[in-house]
Design a protein around this ligand. Sequence first.
Ligand code: SF4
Ligand code: SF4
Length: 409
Amino acid sequence: MAEVYNWQLGRNMEYPYEERHSKRQFVAVFNTNRCIACQTCSMACKSTWTFSEGQEYMWWNNVESKPYGGYPANWDTKILSQLSEADPDGQKWEEDGSFNGKTIFEAAPKNERVLGYLPENSEWRTPNLYEDTSTKYESSGKLGLADGGAELPVHKAWFFYLQRVCNHCTYPACVAACPRKAIYKRPEDGIVLIDQERCRGYRKCMEACPYKKPMYNAQSRVSEKCIGCYPRVEGSDPLTNGNPMETRCMTACVGQIRLQGLVDLNEDGSWKEDRQNPLYYMVKVAKIALPLYPQFGTEPNIYYIPPRWVPRDYLTQMFGPGVEEAINAYRAPSRELLAVMQLFRRSQEIVFHYEIEEGPKVYETKVRGEKFTMYNDTVIAYRENGEEIFRTDVEEPVIVRPPERSNAI
Ligand code: SF4
Ligand code: SF4
């Protein structure tokens, strides 16, 4: 195996191929705090890409209820257990934020490139198993309620929605495991694709991907996965006159929890400093969004703003170190962060840069004892070529109906 640098682990790790990076990387931020599990994203994807024979069970995008749900069932607890068996006491994050436990590549059995498992057919039955099922209340003797059960910082009974797509990983396990070299990462945007001509349906990708995002089509007998809506990202959809557009699942999001874009990479794979790119700002500067199970070692590129009410141990296992810092930054956002958060879902086009025009102070309060001030700033979104896409204010406009229409529907 070769040695590659994984910034999410803060160390080098083993990977079957030499380190090589795309020019840009497909990246998204999902705000778990705002998702309502309407599955509009799942349906937008399905009605675009997976409506054919052999694809009936496929949800390239799914939204599941945590802690119990999963698609396929128990995908994360299964791989976490396999890793714990391979490295019984080592799967921990160090004080300095690095991870010295074993990744799925380092814990691979002899003669395998990746540690994994192939889900049973029955495990793919539903995209949101245990929908809305919470952990149980500590009983207070009162009917169904616990004292202080729903007080922040952490609720006693909790669940949350986890939105899942292919992570278009920097070190994809699917690429590592494919004996046909049928899976590749596009040099222009880091989107990971399965070459349908080369694939022979061995399902090694399905077995290796810790997120279980490649899926086997028994009709065509090849594997398929999320294609990052690459024609939209390339700008070939006529809707945006050739300008790069976000994917179907992102743009359909009713809860406005998703923002997707492209970040420029240096040759060594690090993100080029680009403070005015909203994805760069949220992940690298404000640090409110974290990768999903970074300890697997694939360097996933979908980042999550963790749910505020969930026990921190659970969140740390899921998103790695930085959970408390991310939640604090989100709970009482800085002036700039609050403005950047307004960019979510105002347009279908990819926002490459933003600028903020300062507005008046509109509100002041205390958040967990600390002063919080809100300003009605205007955030302006730009295309790659510097043209404005839209501008929007922090304060939502209040529209009062004229008296003659006060009863109108
Ligand atoms: S999430 Fe899975 S399928 Fe997607 S790139 Fe990573 S390893 Fe491959
Ligand atoms: S469309 Fe948005 S709000 Fe609805 S389930 Fe998907 S991510 Fe959640």
